[in-house]
Design a protein around this ligand. Structure first.
Ligand SMILES: [Zn+2]
Ligand SMILES: [Zn+2]
Length: 373
């Protein structure tokens, strides 16, 4: 089923592949490398070129990868000019970093969820007081130090903010002949899954093999509410762990409706010289159990008394994951779970920055009761 077009590295870097769907439609997998430093390797971003009636590309790798992606495409015998449009799975830099460069060279249209169209823009007069006004709304919650952002992100954001976006709506939309999108917010508020002819489902970072995608936080909604479309009135419908789990349930429904779907993730399709076949149902159940276990462990840690998110992170995560910027990622993850634990009344705010356990344990039934919207 998988034809390797060109050998690459053992984590999948630079290894274009060809997949043939039963209908004859071909999908070219284009893995572009990521390098974020540190010991942990995310592996490449898997971008997908769908050779349907109207050929289109999903994602463009990280900043600087646009050219490389075109070269890889050519090695698969497809010229960039063949692409009619590009779909953004979600507005994270490892997925849309190469977008501006691609658009400049092949003049393709860009389709993305309508929240993306708002988050990539700059609003110097509307930014909350305590955020970096020199960055787009997507970054108002960023926890990286300003020195890092100025060096690594500024040009990417300036270019990205100039893109013209054809907006994709909520729920289920049709963007081409037998090509459908589903809004699956949670990891990112603008996340989409793309269904190709009822045969393949491109899931971006919402479902990954081997790694658990991080959920966003409901708290981010307060910062951007004013610049989003007026129909977004509830944080938990587009941000945070509750939104994420509902989106997993939505994908599960799609999986039940279209059996034998080929599920294509944004990372780890191939890693350590191995293919990671994604069984949607199984993987979604694993991810939900993972979040239940994480909430349970947070409550266990809080049995010793009130703690800050950072203290909980140190108690919960293995030490290597806390190195460098890892601690900030870990803290963010804990805060996201604490939001859910506060909703289930298992945790309350203690002082300015601390969390304490109420003694109850309602989170599991809350998580299990979340359904696709
Ligand atoms: Zn992502
Ligand atoms: Zn990613």
């Amino acid at each position: 089923m998988v034809e390797v077009i060109q050998e690459g590295e053992e984590n999948g870097n630079n290894m274009p592949i060809r997949l043939r769907l039963p209908s004859g439609v071909e999908i070219i997998g284009l893995p572009t490398e990521n390098f974020y430093g540190g010991e942990w390797d995310l592996g490449p971003t898997w971008n997908y070129l769908i050779l349907a009636d109207q050929p289109f590309l999903v994602d463009t790798g990280k900043f600087g990868m646009g050219r490389k992606l075109l070269t890889m495409m050519e090695s698969a015998g497809v010229s960039g000019d063949a692409i009619e449009f590009i779909v953004v799975s979600h507005g994270h830099e490892d997925h849309d970093g190469g977008l501006f460069e691609m658009v400049e060279s092949i003049r393709a249209k860009v389709k993305a969820h309508r929240i993306y169209d708002r988050l990539i823009r700059f609003y110097p007069s509307k930014a909350p007081a305590d955020v970096n006004k020199d960055f787009p709304a997507s970054c108002w919650h960023c926890f990286m130090p300003e020195s890092f952002s100025n060096q690594h992100c500024l040009v990417y954001h300036q270019e990205r903010s100039r893109l013209k976006i054809e907006q994709i709506g909520d729920g289920h939309c049709t963007i081409g002949k037998a090509i459908h999108t589903y809004h699956v917010p949670g990891h990112s508020p603008d996340a989409l899954a793309i269904l190709v002819g009822g045969e393949a489902l491109i899931v971006g970072d919402t479902v990954l093999p081997q790694i658990t995608p991080f959920p966003s936080r409901e708290a981010f909604f307060g910062q951007v509410r004013e610049i989003l479309q007026a129909q977004y009135t509830h944080a938990q419908s587009i941000y945070g762990l509750r939104a994420y789990i509902r989106s997993l349930r939505k994908l599960e429904q799609i999986g039940r409706r279209f059996t034998d779907l080929l599920v294509l993730p944004g990372h780890r399709l191939f890693y350590s010289n191995q293919w990671n076949e994604l069984n949607l149902q199984l993987r979604i159940n694993q991810l939900i159990e993972h979040h239940i276990d994480r909430c349970a462990d947070i409550l266990r840690i809080l049995q010793q008394g009130p703690k800050t998110a950072r203290e909980i992170a140190v108690g919960h995560f293995a030490e290597p994951l806390l190195k460098g910027f890892g601690i900030m990622m870990a803290e963010n993850e804990i805060l996201s779970h604490c939001e859910l634990l506060r909703t289930s009344n298992d945790v309350f705010l203690a002082g300015d920055t601390g969390f304490a356990a109420t003694g109850s344990s309602n989170f599991e039934s809350l998580i299990r009761s979340l359904e696709a919207e």
